[in-house]
Design a protein around this ligand. Sequence first.
Ligand code: PEP
Length: 248
Amino acid sequence: MKPLIAGNWKMNGSLAANAALVKAMLDGLDGKTPAADMALCVPAPYLAQLQSQLTGSAIAWGAQDVSSHEQGAYTGEVSATMLKDFACRYAIVGHSERRQYHGETDLLVAEKARLALAHGITPIVCVGETLAEREAGQTEVVVKRQLAAVIHAVAHCTSEIVVAYEPVWAIGTGKTASPDQAQQVHAVLRAQLAAATQHPERVHILYGGSMNAANAASLLAQPDIDGGLIGGASLKAADFLQIVASAH
Ligand code: PEP
């Protein structure tokens, strides 16, 4: 299985900046097949721009969230069918910033994952513990609880999701989980997937949390780390391409 390196631009960008960043990535690839599958998850208003710049290229695109409702009176929400109109391949669900700042629960995240899949969009399901939870020895319990809700909701489609292990204390902080720390949690998640699907090896389990050009190779060398979800470093073409090149 080819690794997957997905960028999460978060709430950054402008038409001009995006055009330059995407062009630099495409120029860097120079028409060659990258060592990893690549995707960029961007703010919803820029999906049309990414679609027009990336169609026919090696880079897929996606959203950073999706509504848990099909349609209707949900002001500010963006539905899975709307994302599909812009040919999104992926939607991040349950990013810790959404769990933390928008009160998203395990159940809500699971419903988002279910709806995305129902509309042919691969959910990138984020799980991860806070520093307090890690220090209390709760890491395994927390990530398993978060993933269990999604497995319950998507049932026989479990092998079609992407999971991203993102320790909250490592996101945007410059503190990365060590390759061993990350591998330990990835192995737990793989075992949980194995109990739910016949093909746990088909599920990409990404690591996210201050992954960068310097530390990517050692993280991606771990047996159960199948790629990365990259925040800050996905805003720099050279760094993002370097991470992609570190994947085997
Ligand atoms: C993220 O937002 O998913 C993330 C991993 O951010 P960063 O790489 O900046 O820590």
